[in-house]
Structures are given as structure tokens and as C-alpha cells.
Design a protein around this ligand. Structure first.
Ligand code: NAI
Length: 501
């Protein structure tokens, strides 16, 4: 790897390749480029220091360079161990310089990090310094999934208590390898500097959060009165969740499955767990490829939507032995369990596209006595079941061979682990919301009681508007008369806040 105190990435010589991709992505990201044109001169983020934790892809590179064009100082890590595109990370570090003399943004991210490396990088994004080299707190976090926000909140909590609690042990209900690493990271911080996270938290004006799972964590913190700074829920901008989560997945899910396995999806039975925004995009994509799609849901409204959209709705227990491809999209834990995987057909493909890796019980799978894990290639593993187990008749194939399943990205989000995530155009809408949220957090008066907010609908409509021209879409204009009849302004917003799209 290439590293210095100012960055750590896989290989800086990849920067030219990354720069070409970034240049093409800019063409597909009209929202971000429009913000550069609108705010490049006034630089509303001048003086802002943004600690970013979001998949370090080509599209994120365009986001980072938009934030710096608007005046911000930025440090970055990825929010997933597999999602970094190394050429994009290199190009962002090099910036307008050369690999020998990088002039860009400090990035700490590479594809295939270990968990300790991941949390080390998450901590590095907070290490801003002032002109004289003294540590100075970031002014904002830009988060995806809430890991950076979690570090600050837990850090402050443990510093107040003067100690980091011992990690749950393997076998305890709340044990997880990852949380043990988080605790180790914070314990080392506390020993080095007992006020690090408290000082950082005091400087932070707010966080803008990208995804459903991270937003869920923020509302939990706010409802317990524990949220330390204001938050903007970017996910629930209509131009984010109804586009990225749905149309982005519709593109990047098949991309991930294809690059990982190259299995023909047509004619197969695909089981999609969860029919929220991501599930809807996943089911549509798989049906579009000719699969017969079965949906599982726990929410009667979403289950009914799936049924009305023409999908069979069933429980996983009933269809575990029927599916050829299983995709989790729930943001929940323990959705596909070891017993489901044991019941699956030979060479069934199992993958997750929800934010965290706890949707599929990988630990339970690994605990099956005699199971073997074969690496087909990075992020594609065959799990071969033992010859004889309690259900010996289902573990052998007809030819008597040992049955196996294929697990993508070790249960982590496969569209970013096995492919390159959502395409630029849809990320332009998401990231335009992110930039507007960062400007809002930086310029608004601090709140007495920090709360979670969504962006005003006028901005949501602005984000959509910025993307229409590029698609050649012509918008009909309301007449003054019509606007009065509907009781809206000619310039919008056109819908009440409770409208669901
Ligand atoms: P959502 O809340 O709209 O949908 C999740 C659905 O799963 C809900 O309808 C819920 O009722 C259902 N569900 C919960 N537990 C279930 C269970 N045990 N079995 C079956 N269904 C269950 O959330 P959204 O926006 O669809 O996001 C889902 C996940 O995907 C989140 O973790 C989010 O952060 C992540 N995400 C991932 C992206 C990616 O690029 N991989 C992009 C956007 C979101």
C-alpha cells in the first residue's frame, strides 16, 4: 500500500485511471456540477472541515471534489471494508498533483480492509489540524451507515465514564467481532488522549446521513436524548431514497451478481427478503432479467404491495429449498439463518445488499461442523456442506457430491463488494442532497436540543429539476390559475410534506 501521514490507499499510480473515470462520472452527475457552478465563487463551505465516511468510489470522488470546490477541507474513509475503488481513492489523494507530489484530499481507504484497519481509517478522518499543526475538530460529519457518528458518540460516552467497558465474549448474545474491534480502537484512544472524542464532538455542528440504516441509528439517539449534534436525514429526501435505493439497486444488484458469478438470472427463482425501497428495486431488476421472484416481508403493507406487483409472497422457511438466488434487503439482522442455508439447493447464490453484514448469519454458517469455505475469487466464496449431518439426505447432490452454496462479499453489501455500486447519475441526486445538507449544517444556527431533520421539499424539487435536462425531460409549467386551484405556488413546492410519491 501507499501511505504517508496524509493518506493511505492501495496504489497512487492508479490515479490517472481514476481521473479518467472521474471525468466521465462528472458528465453523468449534473446535480453536483450545477452546485459547483452555482456556489463555486461564493464558497459557502469555506472554513468547514468535513469528516467523510462513505464508500470511496468514483462517484464519491466527484462528491469530495464538489465539497472542496465549495471551500471545505475534507478527510475521507470508506464505510465498508470491500467498497473502495482503489483508482478513485488514488485520484482523490493525488488531486491536481502527481503521485510523487500529491495535492489532493487525505483518504484512508483501500479495497479489502481488515476490521481493525477499517476502524483505524474511520478514526483518521477526524484528525484535522490547524495552520500550526495543532489538532482541530471537524465541523461536520458526512456519514453513510453511521459508523463515524457512532465512534464520536461512544468515544464521548466512554471518556465521560473514564473507561471503555470489556467487550462481550464470544457466545454472549451481544457478541460481535466488529464491536470488539470498535471497543479496542476506543480503548487505545482513551489511553493516548482521554479527551479526544469530547473535544471532537464539541466542534461538530452536525452530521448528514446517507442511508436508511444510519438514519435509524440517529432517530434512536435523538429519542433517547443522546444525540450530540444536529443531523440531516439525507436518505429520506425523495430524490434520495426513491431513486438511489430503488433505481440504483435496480442497476447495481444484477451488476454485482454478474461480476461475481456470471450465472444466467433468466429462468431462475430469486428470493428477495424485504420489499422496501431497496427490495422493490431488487425484485424489479431480477424480474427484468427473467427470474421468477418471490418476496418475503414482515410488514403487511409492503407484503401487499409485493403481491399487487405480481410477486409471490412467502416465508423464507417455506422457500429456502426453492430459490436459486437469495438477496437480503431488510436492514434487519438474522434474516437468512444457517438452517435456511443448509436447506438450500446445491450452488444456490446468497447475497446481501442491505447496509450491514448481520442480515445473513455468516457466523452460524461457519459454525456448522465440517463445513468448508473455498475462495473462488475475492468476495466470492463457496461454502461446502459436510457429507454427513443431521439432514444427510439434503446435503448430498444427486451425484452424491457434497452440496454447496455461493456467498457473495462475505455477507456484506454485494453491489459495492462485487461491483462498483450505483451508477453516477443516480448518485448525483443523492450527493446533491448531501452537499445541500452540508451547507445547511454549516450555515444554520446551532440547535439547543439537537434533532434529526429532513431537507425542505423545495430543495428536493431543486435536486430533481437539476437532473431533468440531462435526460431531455420537458417539465410542464403550472399556470397561475391552475396553481391557485391546487393551492400551491407556481414555483413549488407542489406536494404537501405527507405526500408519499
Ligand atoms: P426500508 O425500510 O424501505 O425496507 C426494508 C424492508 O425490509 C421493510 O419493508 C421491512 O418491513 C422489511 N423487513 C424487515 N425485517 C424483515 C425480515 N425479517 N424479513 C423480511 N422483510 C423484512 O429500507 P430500504 O431503504 O429499502 O433499505 C434497506 C437496507 O438497504 C438498509 O440497510 C439501507 O441502509 C440499505 N441500502 C443499501 C444500498 C446499497 O447500495 N447497497 C442503497 C440504499 C440502502
Amino acid at each position: 500500500r501507499d501511505s504517508s501521514p496524509g493518506y493511505e490507499v492501495a496504489d497512487l499510480s492508479l490515479a490517472p485511471a481514476g481521473r479518467h473515470q472521474i471525468r466521465l462520472a462528472e458528465h453523468e452527475m449534473p446535480g453536483l456540477m450545477a452546485l459547483r457552478a452555482e456556489y463555486g465563487a461564493s464558497r459557502p463551505l469555506a472554513g468547514a472541515r468535513i469528516a467523510g465516511s462513505l464508500h470511496m468510489t468514483v462517484q464519491t470522488a466527484v462528491l469530495i471534489e464538489t465539497l472542496t470546490a465549495l471551500g471545505a477541507e475534507v478527510r475521507w474513509a470508506s464505510c465498508n471494508i470491500f467498497s473502495t475503488q482503489d483508482e478513485a481513492a488514488a485520484a482523490v489523494v493525488v488531486g491536481s498533483g502527481t503521485p510523487d507530489d500529491p495535492q489532493g484530499v487525505p483518504v484512508y481507504a483501500w479495497k479489502n480492509e481488515t476490521l481493525p484497519e477499517y476502524w483505524w481509517a474511520a478514526s483518521k478522518i477526524f484528525d484535522f489540524t490547524d495552520g500550526s499543526g495543532q489538532p482541530v475538530a471537524p465541523t461536520m460529519i458526512l456519514d453513510d451507515g453511521g459508523d463515524a457518528t457512532l465512534l464520536v458518540h461512544r468515544g464521548v460516552e466512554f471518556e465521560a465514564a473514564g473507561a471503555v467497558p470489556p467487550a462481550p465474549r464470544e457466545g454472549d448474545a451481544d457478541y460481535s467481532e466488529e464491536y470488539t474491534v470498535v471497543l479496542d480502537t476506543l480503548r487505545a484512544d482513551l489511553e493516548r488522549d482521554p479527551q479526544r472524542w469530547t473535544r471532537i464532538a464539541e466542534g461538530i455542528r452536525g452530521v448528514s446521513e446517507e442511508t436508511t440504516t444510519g438514519v435509524h441509528r440517529l432517530y434512536q439517539l435523538a429519542s433517547r436524548g443522546q444525540l450530540l449534534f444536529s443531523a440531516i436525514n439525507v436518505n429520506d429526501a425523495v430524490t434520495k431514497s426513491k431513486f438511489d435505493n430503488r433505481y440504483g439497486i435496480r442497476h447495481s444488484l444484477p451488476d454485482g451478481i454478474n461480476r461475481a458469478t456470471d450465472v444466467l438470472i433468466g429462468g431462475k427463482v430469486a428470493v428477495v427478503c424485504g420489499y422496501g425501497d431497496v427490495g422493490k428495486g431488487a425484485a424489479e431488476a431480477l424480474r427484468g432479467q427473467g427470474a421468477r421472484v418471490i418476496v418475503t416481508e414482515i410488514d403487511p403493507i409492503c407484503a401487499l404491495q409485493a403481491a399487487m406487483d405480481g410477486y409471490q409472497v412467502a416465508t423464507l422457511d417455506d422457500v429456502a429449498g426453492v430459490g436459486d438466488i437469495f438477496i437480503t434487503t431488510t436492514g434487519n439482522k438474522d434474516v437468512i439463518l444457517a438452517r435456511h442455508m443448509e436447506a438450500m439447493k446445491d450452488k444456490a447464490i446468497v447475497g446481501n445488499i442491505g447496509h450491514f453484514d448481520n442480515e445473513i448469519d455468516m457466523a452460524g454458517l461457519a459454525r456448522i461442523p465440517g463445513i468448508e469455505r473455498v475462495e473462488i475469487k475475492p468476495q466470492v466464496h463457496e461454502w461446502v456442506f459436510p457429507d454427513a449431518s443431521e439432514n444427510a439426505d439434503t446435503t448430498a447432490t444427486e451425484g452424491g457430491e457434497r452440496r454447496s452454496i455461493i456467498v457473495l462479499s462475505e455477507g456484506r453489501l454485494l453491489n459495492l463488494g462485487n461491483a462498483t455500486g450505483h451508477p453516477s447519475f443516480v448518485m448525483s441526486a443523492s450527493f446533491t442532497n448531501q452537499v445541500l445538507a452540508q451547507i445547511e449544517l454549516y450555515t444554520a444556527e446551532p440547535e439547543e436540543t439537537p434533532a434529526v431533520h429532513v431537507l425542505p421539499k423545495a430543495l428536493d424539487e431543486k435536486v430533481a429539476r437539476l437532473h431533468l435536462d440531462a435526460l431531455g425531460a420537458e417539465l410542464t409549467e403550472l399556470s397561475k390559475d391552475q396553481a391557485e386551484y391546487l393551492d400551491v405556488d407556481v414555483a413549488g413546492p407542489y406536494k404537501p410534506d405527507h405526500y408519499r410519491y
